[in-house]
Design a protein around this ligand. Structure first.
Ligand code: 0O2
Length: 200
């Protein structure tokens, strides 16, 4: 286990550095800062164990590597809906990261109402005599989606996934409100850009 955790630590560092550079370059080229904040983490042993149990697998290094794609996770929170897709495109064009899978929970939100764009990527780590590719998850979402997901996470933790129906229904409704708000903010940003172009 020590060996595999060490590799996840290296992958987290590599991914953080790669994303920092990509975001800085994006800002330099476009003269605009789309990212509000980023957060990275290594999933706790308890959480990995829990997820493997739910999927019906034992807690072994092989099962972690094979069945858990988000031991290393980075979340990128952006201002507007269009920024999500700009950041996805930026990461997709990186020559250092390989895209393994995409999950667009913005176009198709989960039943809970959860929405975000997930990229499952392969991150190279340079060991003594060889390069190994480690799987990691990048979640890209707007501030509004992040607000919703943070509360939803607290609810899930409190009720241990057995969430009362009234809370579930309310959260689905708020997810729709958030979607609508993101759309309105995106339109407002377009209007602002138009004014800017006209010299305001
Ligand atoms: P934590 O504690 O946030 O890390 P898969 O093998 O692809 O079928 P997986 O990895 O569960 O299974 O994929 P999925 O559904 O894309 O979810 C990955 C992560 O997305 C979750 O990790 C959450 O971080 C987030 N997520 C997915 N659904 C929800 C949701 O309904 N509400 C919230 N708040 N977050 C969600 P973990 O390990 O479940 O949790």
């Amino acid at each position: 286990m020590d060996e595999i955790y060490a590799k996840y630590e290296y992958a987290k560092k590599m991914l953080e550095t790669e994303l920092q550079i990509l975001i800085k370059e994006f800002e330099r080229k476009h003269g605009y800062t789309p990212v509000e904040h980023t957060k990275s983490r290594i999933k706790t042993e308890k959480s990995i164990q829990c997820k493997l149990t739910k999927k019906g697998y034992g807690f072994t290094p092989e099962n972690i590597e094979k069945h858990i794609s988000d031991v290393v996770g980075v979340r990128i929170v952006v201002s507007f809906l269009s920024d999500v897709y700009d950041i996805v495109s930026m990461i997709t064009h990186s020559t250092n990261l390989l895209i393994k899978k995409r999950k667009d929970y913005i176009k198709e939100p989960k039943d809970s109402g959860y929405s975000s764009y997930h990229l499952i990527v392969l991150v190279p780590i340079y060991l003594e005599s060889y390069v190994e590719y480690i799987t990691a998850e990048i979640q890209i979402r707007t501030v509004a989606m992040d607000f919703w997901a943070t509360l939803d996470h607290k609810i899930r933790y409190k009720f241990q996934d057995v969430i009362p129906a009234d809370i579930q229904n309310a959260m689905r409704e708020y997810a729709e409100d958030i979607q609508e708000l993101d759309r309105k903010m995106y339109e407002m940003n377009k209007i602002m850009s138009k004014y800017e172009k006209e010299g305001y």
